[in-house]
Design a protein around this ligand. Structure first.
Ligand SMILES: Cc1ncc(COP(=O)(O)O)c(C=O)c1O
Length: 381
């Protein structure tokens, strides 16, 4: 296999990984039942507490984000349980399906893709459901570029019902803050390859006290994702099964970078660059896909002008500028682009991506007012 050329990865995951994070993986192999791994796990756990803003220990699973979501579902949902799931894109659709695979009754609250279900509609479903077991909600719908603006507010309604509140923040945590203890989120899940700017392959999951108690008292019918078992091993500095040790080194370094920058600064940086992206796309005369009221700071979705072949466009961006853009999802796949504004994202990334897009549009015969674009870039610099 050829060694791949370094590209600017503007995907909604995986994202660019800083060299110091990649380099952290090149260490001699160690035993996962030895002192060095215990120290590494302790370090990762402490920094993960900072990420989730929790006093309890989050668990790190050797699995991509889907594994974290499955763990949450299979540990909390039992056959016949009622679970409210807002559905407004691919990942929330999958979430509802996973609840059903575990035997739960998914009560879907839907909205057109590109929007999010209203808070009232979700609260209505929560209030109407008798014996509600949980609400599972995707915070940032990566397939459409929409972020739910009422994660904190919904918590109170869910708590009043005595239900569990589970948030899939796979493409947002680190680019957004979700202080799980303060907001009352029972389980929050994120992935290593998005806003944390680590390689793919790990899923991080926080649990509230009552979730810990529930999973201990109610063992799930799964072994690998048994969260009580994960907690028991974590208590003595190990994981139940063989962890992807090099990825833990990388995650530790990525979380060190997050702590150095400060979560608040990191969230602000994501918001700032998202704003520039949206302003430039508008200056290019492009339409966003997401409803502006709920558009995401970590996934920028937009529509190509009529007549542009999205595959050809991305191919040219790759071949001529070494930039990898995300494709669309679902019915609008042929017209949609997605840009990951995550992790390492910087002014240089935004300028390079948008300047290359503007020039590529010109080559495809779509007139971009470069003067307008550069005025926005100058202002944002
Ligand atoms: C919101 C959301 N949930 C779940 C997933 C699945 O994560 P993974 O592909 O890491 O398994 C993704 C991946 O993009 C996601 O964005």
């Amino acid at each position: 296999m050829d060694y791949p050329k370094r590209k600017l990865i503007m995907l909604p995951g995986p994202t660019n990984v800083p060299d110091r994070v990649m380099d952290a993986m090149i260490r001699p192999m160690i035993s996962h039942r030895g002192e060095t791994f215990t120290s590494l796990l302790k370090s990762v756990t402490e920094k993960s507490r900072h990420l989730f803003q929790t006093t309890l220990d989050p668990v790190v699973l050797t699995a991509s984000g889907t594994g974290g979501v499955e763990a949450a579902v299979w540990n909390l949902v039992r056959p016949g349980d009622k679970v409210v799931v807002p559905v407004f894109g691919e990942f929330s659709t999958r979430l509802a399906e996973t609840v059903e695979l575990a035997g739960g009754e998914a009560i879907r609250v839907t909205s057109e893709f590109g929007t999010v279900p209203s808070r009232e509609a979700v609260e209505d479903a929560v209030n109407k459901a008798g014996n509600l077991k949980a609400v599972f909600i995707v915070h940032n719908e990566t397939s459409t570029g929409c972020a739910v603006p009422y994660i904190e507010q919904l918590a109170g309604t869910v708590r009043e019902k005595g239900a569990f509140y589970v948030v899939d923040a796979i493409s947002s945590l680190g680019g957004y803050a979700i202080p799980v203890d303060k907001w009352g989120v029972d389980v929050c899940i994120t992935g290593s390859q998005k806003c944390l700017a680590a390689p793919p392959g790990l899923s991080l999951l926080s649990m509230s006290k009552r979730t810990e108690e529930y999973v201990r008292k109610n063992p799930p019918k799964v072994r690998y994702f048994d969260l009580a078992r994960q907690l028991d091993f974590l208590a003595h500095g190990e994981t139940p099964f063989t962890p992807a040790i090099p990825l833990y080194w990388a995650l530790d370094e990525a979380l060190t970078m997050l702590v150095e920058e400060g979560l608040e600064n990191r969230v602000e940086r994501h918001a700032k660059h998202a704003k520039t992206f949206y302003s430039i796309l508008e200056a290019m005369g492009l339409k966003g896909f997401a409803d502006p009221k709920v558009r995401s700071n970590t996934v920028i979705s937009g529509l190509y002008p009529e007549g542009i072949d999205e595959k050809q466009f991305r191919k040219r961006m790759n071949e001529e500028y070494d930039i990898i853009l995300g494709a669309g999802f679902g019915a609008l796949k042929a017209r949609m682009f997605r840009i990951g504004n995550m992790g390492e994202v910087s002014t240089a990334h935004v300028h390079r991506t948008t300047a290359a897009m503007a020039l590529t549009f010109k080559k495809f015969g779509y007139a971009v007012d470069l003067g307008r674009v550069s005025a926005v870039l100058e202002q944002a610099a």
